[in-house]
Design a protein around this ligand. Structure first.
Ligand SMILES: Cc1ncc(COP(=O)(O)O)c(C=O)c1O
Length: 471
């Protein structure tokens, strides 16, 4: 494509993008397509000759767009948010255009140095202790994998990296029964085996990991000749937003020499609000911490902020230095390739730099504080509705509830039907969870474009759909 043609298409594309942002409310939130519908519109083999951008865009609107679930819809209350925002999109345009690989300092000095600076900004913004060093990963799953790998190597004196797992004791990871599946996946990928992941029981009221149960499990593993190596604690686990007591858990991890990591993938962004900083009490006892600006800090996926106390341990765990990756600055600068599993890295720091400067910390605080205030309001409405039950304490902007009208029989089945009806309706999008074995509906507020009215409208629609369901 000639550059002048690109210029024209890009201008038109920006108009499309702005129209989409302004008009996303007109779409159903969850795609209303049946499986296979989009695939059926795409030829089985690629085109041999060139096609015009006009033709491609027209097919995009006709065939692809109807199969899109609109994560930036202001009534998207499913899963956790995956924020986008206008300044973040602008930065992504630059990132895509420059197309730099930021694996070595030399391959993008600006990418490297900006990453160091903006992760330091983030550290200050959420109140993490000094002395933690930041790196941007593609996902919290990658950060958790890095934690498990570093734990594995530290616990074995860097032996597994050299000679593999064979012959050594089982290496054990501890986390809670509330933890995101990323920890189990990390243990599988790291070769530890899911049998060596202990899902420590949680308090039935707060859903926080029980410290005594953690210590008992560590002692039992030691007595059986296994090697306790890693603790993954939660700040805002996915189901009900469980918050672990970092002080108590960190003390146990220290006493038993475990590498300790905090998964704050979702809740970490809320720590820019001073009123929630108490959740960090004890974090100085931990070796690493992750949160996702790509969830709730108005920054496009992928952007996971990973902080480590001892970068040298992470680097020793992951570093490789083939001749083709050597550079004359090696050792004198940061080469982030040694801080993450993939070698190639996008210029992710740019979007954080745009977002933080464009909103200012105060602007970001205002948005997240609003989300939490609207969730409090929704909590009051649900509590006041005679035919709905709150199923867990609200955490920040996350609620779990279910429809429980008098005389209904199987509430799990009823709420399953309700959720399908809500999502088939398309006005809002919610997802399910289980709390103490019971089916619940999750409602989280965290979209960039959400206003108070969207929450109220969605709740009104949920009640209307629920009350029309045959019991
Ligand atoms: C608490 C928690 N941890 C980890 C993850 C995994 O995040 P990622 O998609 O960045 O790997 C999620 C995803 O929603 C999560 O909710």
């Amino acid at each position: 494509m000639e550059i002048e043609a690109f210029r024209q298409h890009a201008h038109a594309m920006v108009d499309w993008m702005a129209d989409y942002m302004a008009g996303v409310e007109r779409f159903p939130v969850r795609a209303q397509t049946a499986p296979g519908t989009v695939a059926a519109t795409v030829p089985a083999s690629p085109p041999q000759g060139p096609e015009s951008i006009a033709a491609i865009m027209s097919d995009f609107e006709r065939d692809i767009l109807p199969g899109v679930t609109h994560w930036q819809h202001p009534r998207f209350f499913a899963y956790f948010p995956a924020n986008s925002s206008p300044p973040s999109v602008l930065a992504e345009m630059l990132t895509a255009t420059i197309g730099a690989q930021c694996m070595l300092w030399q391959t993008s000095p600006a990418g490297t140095e900006l990453e160091t600076r903006v992760t330091e900004w983030l550290r200050q913004m959420i109140g993490l202790p000094e002395g933690l060093h930041g790196v941007i990963q593609d996902s919290a799953s990658s950060a958790i994998l890095c934690a498990i790998l570093t734990a594995r190597e530290r616990a074995t004196g860097w032996r597994v990296n050299e000679s593999g797992m064979a012959g050594g004791p089982a290496i054990v990871v501890y986390t809670s029964d509330q933890t995101h599946s990323a920890t189990e996946k990390g243990a599988k990928v790291a070769g530890l085996g899911r049998e060596n992941v202990r899902l420590i029981e949680t308090d039935p009221e707060t859903f926080a990991m029980r410290p005594q149960a953690l210590e008992a499990a560590i002692l039992a593993d030691k007595a059986a000749g296994r090697l306790p190596a890693c603790l993954v604690a939660n700040l805002g686990a996915t189901g009900v937003g469980a918050m672990d007591d970092l002080e108590a858990l960190g003390a146990i991890a220290e006493a038993h020499g475990l590498f300790a990591h905090v998964d704050a993938a979702w809740a970490g962004s809320a720590l820019i609000l001073e009123e929630h900083r108490h959740l960090l009490r004890g974090v100085e006892r931990f070796d690493s911490f992750v949160f996702n600006p790509h969830k709730w800090l108005m920054t496009n996926f992928d952007c996971s902020a990973h902080f480590v106390k001892a970068p040298e341990d992470l680097i020793r765990t992951l570093s490789i230095l083939p001749p083709f990756l050597q550079s004359r600055e090696h050792g004198a600068v940061i080469d982030y390739r040694d801080w993450s599993v993939p070698l190639g890295r996008r210029f992710r720091a740019l979007k954080l730099w745009f977002v933080i400067r464009s909103y200012g910390v105060d602007g970001l605080k205002r948005i997240i504080r609003n989300h939490i205030a609207w969730a409090e309001d929704l909590e009051r409405r649900i509590a006041a509705a005679p035919d709905f039950d709150l199923m867990a304490p609200r955490q920040l902007s996350l609620l779990n509830f279910r429809f429980a009208p008098a005389g209904a029989g199987d509430l799990d089945a009823l709420n399953g039907r309700l959720l399908e009806a809500i999502n088939d309706d398309g006005f809002t999008y919610l997802t399910q969870n289980r709390v103490k074995g019971q089916f619940t509906i999750r409602f989280q507020i965290g979209q960039t474009a959400t206003e108070a009215r969207h929450v109220t409208e969605a709740w009104d629609r949920v009640r209307t759909i629920a009350r029309a369901l045959p019991l």
